[in-house]
Design a protein around this ligand. Structure first.
Ligand code: SF4
Ligand code: SF4
Length: 365
């Protein structure tokens, strides 16, 4: 495995937007700042930013920097694949969109038990090995969103997998099943790429009493920096991706990851205390990935409604969120959900979306 990968990875899923489009000048500047500090890993996917993330990276990165100065990772959307031909067509399209003739890391996107049959029947694991032999992918693996037992099964069935991309953050480790995922991968000597270290940004903004736990240890450190440091302190991590959305976030992450200081035992205890406090609030664990939104026949903006609900739970007050909710057309509110379930299978966080819509409606309507 490539030893030159920096501990901070640049995720291209939440790039800055302007007028509904990715802001290319700002993205280019963020890319330059990141590379200037000696970091080098970029992560995109066929579906990010409505299919535009790969072309933005071509324009902001590939066409502006020597190919040997960065690693590029992208992902195959298994849910768009019915046969090997589909996968081959998408892969060739990805090379064109990114403007490269090989990927450093190529992933089957959002694997889990329910997608294994498609991956096997379409010959996607064999395809990955072929891409490596042909020099079109240096390393192949998968990103994963499912239960620990399914990860163990996948890794044991496909020992040729070079690496695995897992959702790891201190909240999901202390209060969820991420710790088990980490153990399963490390027990099999699989290098781990961390995704969602700040849990879709939710660990970057905590309510004042919870924030105080960390501010009392270091008044200058951002909340996001604690979350990033937690992941970067774990052994066996190849890189920790951060889906950066503006220059300030790049600056903060670079400050955290250049001259990196691992967490102490007392720091980890403080994070456990924070995780405890967060889990008592009872928010919906939505990371705003938006994978669900295109599938809703009622055009309900699921992550946006979950965001309003979470703000009510976090702040303990409802006036502002109720006013914002009133601006949502009635036909797109939580009570318009027909419980068709079309959204649910797309949610990597396994949120029971129709049931949560009932909670949202009960509180905000
Ligand atoms: S279950 Fe509700 S939120 Fe989900 S797709 Fe159907 S209508 Fe939309
Ligand atoms: S509900 Fe699930 S799929 Fe939809 S944005 Fe939130 S985390 Fe993503």
């Amino acid at each position: 495995m490539d030893k030159n990968i920096g501990r901070l990875g640049f995720g291209a899923m939440r790039l800055p937007e302007k007028g509904g489009q990715v802001d290319l000048p700002q993205t280019s500047k963020m890319v330059d700042m990141y590379l200037e500090q000696g970091f080098n890993y970029f992560d995109t996917a066929y579906v990010y930013h409505g299919g535009k993330s790969e072309t933005v990276l071509r324009d902001a990165l590939v066409q502006r920097h020597p190919r040997d100065k960065f690693c590029l990772a992208t992902k195959l959307p298994i849910w768009q694949v019915k046969s090997l031909k589909d996968a081959e067509r998408i892969f060739e399209d990805q090379l064109k969109k990114c403007g490269v003739d090989y990927f450093d890391f190529y992933l089957l996107h959002a694997m889990g038990k329910s997608r294994e049959a498609t991956a096997v029947n379409a010959g996607l694991y064999e395809l990955c090995q072929r891409l490596k032999r042909e020099g079109k992918a240096r390393y192949t693996g998968f990103s994963f969103h499912d239960e620990p037992a399914a990860l163990a099964e996948l890794l044991d069935s496909h020992p040729e997998t070079d690496f695995v991309q897992l959702q790891i953050n201190y909240l999901d480790v202390f209060r969820g099943s991420s710790g088990k995922l980490y153990e399963i991968a490390t027990a099999r000597n699989k290098p781990i790429i961390v995704m969602e270290p700040v849990k879709g940004g939710t660990l970057a903004k905590l309510e004042a009493p919870i924030e105080k736990i960390l501010k009392s240890r270091d008044k200058d450190a951002s909340l996001a920096s604690w979350a990033i440091r937690y992941c970067c302190s774990l052994p066996g991590i190849l890189t920790t991706l951060s889906g950066m959305s503006n220059i300030a976030q790049v600056e903060d992450n670079l400050k955290t990851c250049t001259n990196f200081v691992p967490l102490t035992e007392d720091d980890i205890k403080a994070l456990e205390e924070v995780a405890d406090a967060i889990s008592k609030i009872g928010t919906i664990p939505c990371t705003d990935c938006k994978y669900c939104v295109d599938n809703c026949p009622k055009k309900i903006n699921i992550p946006s409604l979950f965001g309003l609900y979470n703000k009510v739970r976090e702040s303990g007050s409802i006036a502002q969120q109720a006013a914002d909710y009133q601006k949502v057309p009635k036909k797109n509110r939580a009570s318009a959900c027909i419980k068709c379930g079309a959204c649910e299978s797309h949610c990597p966080q396994k949120i029971k979306i129709p049931a949560e819509m009932e909670r949202v409606a009960a509180v905000l309507e």
